[in-house]
Design a protein around this ligand. Structure first.
Ligand code: ATP
Ligand code: MG
Length: 197
């Protein structure tokens, strides 16, 4: 076999392994969350710092897509949560906001407190989502079938993980969108653990 062809096969195999690895990891996090709220590792977490870290990690991906990431937080927000799991969920939302954006678009992330809830908003200037998809968006493996989504690739597990986590905390996640203009996902989580309130 010519070396060039060999290299091509190897690259295909490597990217396929990477894709399957991502699916396995996503499924594992879903299964782990399924077990129960009892194995949540809850601590008092500074949400602003957590968001800052997430954005730092995703910055290289955003730059590659020429998307601007902006964090806006006017006041410190602290909540009793499992930092690792919430980081996973918010990372999914910011990743989506980058993936389904437009060149020179932006993603604005805000954190605030409202009615004993931490409110985290991820707002993008991307392709948007038609309202008819809203009720299925958070289902496992559901993807909006645009040529864009198909080309970008993904498993369709990200949002189901976000939803799962929000519900586990006694919170919620909601979506607003205008096709062609952009999408906003809002995550609301209780500041204090249910037992304490
Ligand atoms: P994965 O997150 O598992 O890698 P995914 O991004 O396709 O794959 P989800 O995060 O669950 O899966 O999102 C489901 C679908 O919702 C996406 O395929 C996309 O069609 C649509 N979607 C999600 N976020 C956005 C967004 N910010 N703007 C436009 N469409 C979005
Ligand atoms: Mg996703």
């Amino acid at each position: 076999v010519p070396a060039e062809l060999y290299r091509e096969f190897m690259e295909d195999i490597a990217s396929e392994i990477e894709r399957e690895n991502k699916i396995i990891n996503d499924l594992l996090s879903l299964v782990k969350m399924d077990k129960s709220a009892s194995d949540l590792n809850i601590t008092s977490v500074n949400i602003n710092e957590m968001l800052d870290l997430i954005l730092k990690r995703l910055k290289p991906i955003a730059e590659k897509q020429h998307v601007d990431l902006v964090l806006e937080s006017f006041r410190p927000v602290t909540a009793e949560i499992d930092e690792v799991k919430l980081t996973l969920a918010i990372t999914n939302l910011v990743e989506n906001a980058i993936k389904y954006n437009k060149p020179n678009g932006s993603v604005k992330i805000t954190a605030e407190e409202s009615r004993q809830m931490a409110v985290i908003r991820i707002q993008d200037t991307g392709i948007g989502i038609e309202e008819e998809h809203f009720n299925r968006l958070f289902e496992r493996f559901y993807r909006v079938d645009t040529s864009r989504s198909r080309a970008i690739g993904g498993t369709g597990l990200g949002l189901s993980i976000v939803k799962h986590l929000a519900v586990l905390y006694g919170g919620e996640v909601s979506v607003e969108s205008t096709p062609g203009v952009g999408t906003t996902f809002t995550v609301r989580l209780p500041l204090l653990l249910p037992e304490k309130t």
